[in-house]
Design a protein around this ligand. Structure first.
Ligand SMILES: N[C@@H](CCC(=O)N[C@@H](CS)C(=O)NCC(=O)O)C(=O)O
Length: 222
């Protein structure tokens, strides 16, 4: 299998965690932001990464969107399972995954790129990196006002998730699910921001633990 990705994307990390959890071997092709659409749009009709190319006879040519990649992987190789056997719990895990994808992953992006353009500029002050950051900020409408809203949304989410993860090891049910993997991936960029690292140590402990369960190298900052 081949995973088309941006090396730093938290949604691509989400796909890698699932592949790693299932122990599926795969290769990676890192694409250049902007130019990536030329490669990706004809394959999926989308402009986003990750995209998985199974490269297996009888399987789809390309799967776009990390949630669809989860579904494909689960049907392609059911064990170890990403989906929970109890239908009610699986619905809950799917709802959490969707909330993490559509709301929290976006909020993380806003807060992260604000940090990288300001206090965290020293992480990579090169003109190329700063140009990419400015392009991303423009593309997604990242500014002081939208960042403030994202910070509030993220603060609420981190409180809820740390309460869940403090009560038990997994967000839903008694084993790892798509909800845990989505949370571990989509919150991971916050590990570079000292305030989040200090305020929510238990969140980052779980992120580390889930990366270990999925045999995925830890995100920068951890
Ligand atoms: N819902 C999508 C979101 C993926 C996403 O937002 N990917 C970003 C990178 S983090 C992307 O490809 N952005 C480039 C673009 O939109 O052109 C998923 O889960 O795969």
């Amino acid at each position: 299998m081949l995973l088309l990705q941006f090396s730093t994307s938290h949604y691509c990390r989400k796909a890698r965690l699932a592949l790693g959890y299932k122990g599926i071997s795969y290769q990676i092709e890192n694409l250049t932001p902007g130019l990536h659409t030329l490669r990706v749009k004809p394959l999926t009709g989308l402009s986003t990464l990750p995209v998985l190319l199974p490269q297996i006879a009888g399987q789809p040519q390309a799967i776009g969107d990390s949630s669809q990649i989860f579904h494909f992987l689960e049907s392609y190789q059911p064990e170890p399972a990403l989906f929970l056997p109890n239908p009610e719990q699986q619905n809950q895990a799917m709802m959490l995954e969707d909330w993490l994808d559509e709301s929290i992953g976006t909020a993380t992006r806003f807060v992260y790129y604000q940090f990288r353009a300001g206090e965290g500029k020293a992480i990579d002050p090169s003109p190329f990196s700063q140009m990419v950051i400015q392009v991303v900020r423009k593309q997604y409408g990242i500014n002081d006002t939208t960042v403030k809203l994202a910070q509030t949304r993220l603060g609420n989410a981190l409180l809820v998730l740390s309460t869940y993860w403090q009560k038990r090891d997994y967000l839903v049910g008694d084993r790892l699910s798509i909800a845990d993997i989505a949370a571990a991936a989509l919150l991971s960029p916050l590990a570079l921001i000292p305030e989040y690292l200090q305020e929510y140590p238990q969140i980052f402990e779980r992120i580390i633990n889930i990366h270990q369960l999925c045999a995925e190298p830890l995100p920068p900052g951890l």
